[in-house]
Design a protein around this ligand. Structure first.
Ligand SMILES: Nc1ncnc2c1ncn2[C@@H]1O[C@H](COP(=O)(O)OP(=O)(O)OP(=O)(O)O)[C@@H](O)[C@H]1O
Ligand SMILES: [Mg+2]
Length: 272
C-alpha cells in the first residue's frame, strides 16, 4: 500500500468520525476538579486530588508520573470505567482504550478481533471485512487478517490492538502504557507508527507512561502528576518538530529537565 493510499484510508476514517460526531466540541476530554478516593485499610485514601485538564481536539497529551501516582486511575475515569469521587469529566463521544496487555480475544483471528469492534459500532456485516483489512493496512499488518493471536509477535499484537481501538472511530484514544512490555526497537517502531497514524487520522490521544523519553518523543504536551495524592505538578508544551527520534538531542534535553522534576516528586512522595 502506498503512503498516499494509507493517507486516503486515514482521511476516510477521520471524515466518518466527524460525520458521526455531528456537532463539534472544543475539547476531546475535559477533566474538571476531579478527585478520587478509594477505601483502604486506613480509611479513605485520596489518590487523585483536584485534577483539571483538557485535551483539545487532535491533541496528543502524555500523562507522566511515578508508579502508583494515579495515572491509570485517571485514565479509567476518563474511559468511564469508574466514577470520580468529586468533579466532572466530559468526552467528545465514547473514547477507545488500549492497554499494556493487548486484551485481544485469542479464539478469534486478528481480522475477526477488529471486525468485532466494527460490529459493536454497528458497521454493516458486508462492510466489516474490507474495513478490517483497511485498518490492518493502516497499522502496516497487511496479510495478518487470518492469523490467530498466538501466531503474532508482541509488537504485532499491539498493532492489532491499535487497529481494533481505531475501529471504534472514537475522537479520543486512551492509551495506558501500551508499549511498556515491548523491546526497545519494537517500541521505537511503534512510536513512529503511532505518530504517523495520529497525524493522519487527527484522533486525540491521552497516553499514560512513566517513561519520560517516550512522553517527550510522542507528545505535544506532557503533564506531570505528583504522587500521593496525584495532582497536576507541571506541564510542558513540546514544540520539537515531528517526526522525532527518541535519541534527538532536543528530546534528550527536555527529558533531563522533566526527569529532574519527576525525581523531586518521587523524593517528596518518599518523605510521606
Ligand atoms: N480499585 C481500587 N481500589 C483501591 N485502591 C486502588 C484501586 N485502583 C487503584 N488504587 C490505588 O490507587 C493508587 C494509584 O493506582 P494507579 O494504578 O492509578 O497508579 P499508576 O500511576 O497507574 O501506577 P503504575 O505506573 O504502576 O501503573 C495506588 O495506590 C493503588 O493501590
Ligand atoms: Mg498504571
Amino acid at each position: 500500500m502506498s503512503s498516499q493510499e494509507v493517507t486516503t484510508v486515514a482521511t476516510a476514517l477521520a471524515k466518518t468520525a466527524d460525520a458521526e460526531a455531528g456537532t463539534s466540541v472544543e475539547y476531546a476530554a475535559r477533566i474538571e476538579h476531579v478527585s478520587k478516593s478509594f477505601a483502604g485499610p486506613a480509611g479513605q485514601q485520596l489518590v487523585l486530588d483536584d485534577i483539571t485538564l483538557d485535551v483539545a481536539p487532535g491533541e496528543f497529551v502524555t500523562l507522566l508520573g511515578a508508579s502508583g501516582c494515579g495515572k491509570s486511575t485517571l485514565l479509567n475515569l476518563v474511559a468511564g470505567l469508574d466514577k470520580p469521587s468529586a468533579g466532572g469529566i466530559s468526552t467528545d463521544g465514547r473514547p477507545a482504550l488500549m492497554f499494556q496487555e493487548h486484551a485481544l480475544f485469542p479464539w478469534l483471528t486478528a481480522g475477526k478481533n477488529i471486525e468485532l469492534a466494527l460490529k459493536l459500532r454497528g458497521v454493516a456485516k458486508a462492510d466489516r471485512r474490507s474495513r478490517a483489512e483497511e485498518l490492518l493496512q493502516l497499522v502496516r499488518l497487511e496479510g495478518a487478517y487470518g492469523k490467530r493471536v498466538h501466531e503474532l509477535s508482541g509488537g504485532m499484537r499491539q498493532r492489532v490492538a491499535l487497529a481494533r481501538a481505531l475501529a471504534q472511530d472514537s475522537r479520543l484514544l486512551l492509551m495506558d502504557e501500551p508499549f511498556a512490555a515491548l523491546d526497545a526497537i519494537t517500541r521505537d517502531v511503534l512510536h513512529d507508527e503511532l505518530t504517523r497514524i495520529w497525524r493522519e487520522t487527527n484522533v486525540s490521544v491521552l497516553f499514560v507512561t512513566h517513561n519520560v523519553r517516550e512522553a517527550v518523543r510522542l507528545a505535544e504536551r506532557v503533564v506531570l502528576l505528583s504522587s500521593r495524592p496525584g495532582r497536576v505538578a507541571r506541564e510542558w508544551t513540546v514544540d520539537i518538530p515531528q517526526p522525532r527520534r527518541i535519541e534527538d538531542p532536543a528530546v534528550a534535553e527536555l527529558s533531563v529537565e522533566i526527569t529532574e522534576q519527576l525525581r523531586g516528586e518521587i523524593r517528596r512522595h518518599g518523605q510521606h
